[in-house]
Design a protein around this ligand. Structure first.
Ligand SMILES: [Zn+2]
Length: 290
């Protein structure tokens, strides 16, 4: 091996014989096609390395980008609603009350949530765009992985149901996340299926598996699984003082662990399929219950 991977700034770059600086996790140079087979590339053999910096960007999208997009859209929606209400002749207290009513409506939360996911999806596409063909060929060409992903999605559903039963037995209730999903899905079933069911999981798999899990793998596999379970769970906590949120915390450890295992062993097409199956099940169940 004539080029040992360096570890400058945690970036795992290596200088290829063609003279280009490449991600040491990639098993082929994207510039000259030279094949690399060593412990670095073997650790990433079944998953999808995109380079440390782009993985960090994808993870940051999941961590703060989605929230920021939500704030932006809620600001736009409220400014627009105010224009309309003032135009309709409302002033003072009645204007304030109408604005409060609007921010509590399903129309408002749907616009903010669905809008944020669509923008999140566009942002992910922009980040992965240069490697779209590489990702498609490397991760989406084996049909078996979709089947295995679907099966592991069912495992994920069963595991969540079992944990929910335990939570109820312990006297807990649904998490804040679940409660808000019911609202927006019933408001627009089609968008619920397309965005909550499919677009959302795609965005989250890029943020938490290609982003967070890959970053952990650049340290070692144990770190990757710790990131995918503990960090993933902590990100989803809305209130650290709430007993109910802590009761739901293990469900994120379970979901994060199963999705990380799915991605680690069978790649991104499998973890996206598992996540889609899990979310579609929740969306369809919500719609049937109405
Ligand atoms: Zn090269």
């Amino acid at each position: 091996m004539d080029s040992q991977p360096g570890n400058r700034f945690f970036a795992h770059r290596r200088r290829c014989t063609c003279g280009k600086d490449i991600d040491a996790a990639r098993d082929a140079c994207p510039h000259c096609g030279r094949i690399y087979d060593d412990p670095w590339t073997r650790r990433f053999a079944r998953i999808c390395p995109l380079g440390t910096y782009r993985e960090l960007i994808l993870f940051l999208f999941g961590l703060v980008g989605f929230q920021l997009l939500g704030f932006l859209l809620s600001f736009i929606a409220q400014a627009f609603a105010q224009e309309v209400l003032v135009g309709a002749g409302l002033t003072g207290g009645s204007l304030q009350q109408a604005l409060i009513d609007y921010t509590r409506s399903a129309a408002y939360s749907s616009f903010v949530n669905y809008g944020a996911y669509v923008l999140f999806f566009v942002a992910v596409l922009i980040v992965i765009w240069p490697d779209l063909a590489y990702i498609a060929k490397r991760q989406f060409s084996k049909w078996q992985n979709y089947l295995i992903g679907g099966g592991l999605g069912i495992v994920l559903i069963v595991a969540s149901i079992l944990w929910n039963i335990i939570v109820i037995l312990l006297g807990g209730g649904t998490s804040d996340n679940q409660a808000s999903v019911v609202n927006i899905v019933t408001y627009s079933p089609i968008l619920g299926i397309v965005i909550t069911g499919i677009i959302g999981p795609i965005c989250e798999e890029f943020a938490y598996r290609v982003g967070l899990f890959n970053l952990g793998m650049r340290i070692n596999r144990l770190a990757a699984y710790l990131f995918a379970t503990v960090v993933f769970g902590l990100i989803h906590m809305h209130d650290f003082a709430s007993v109910n949120e802590w009761l739901n915390f293990p469900s994120y450890l379970i979901a994060g662990g199963i999705l990380a295992f799915t991605y680690d062993r069978f790649g991104l097409s499998a973890s996206i399929t598992a996540h889609v199956v899990n979310n579609l099940y929740a969306v369809i169940l919500t719609l049937i219950a109405q």
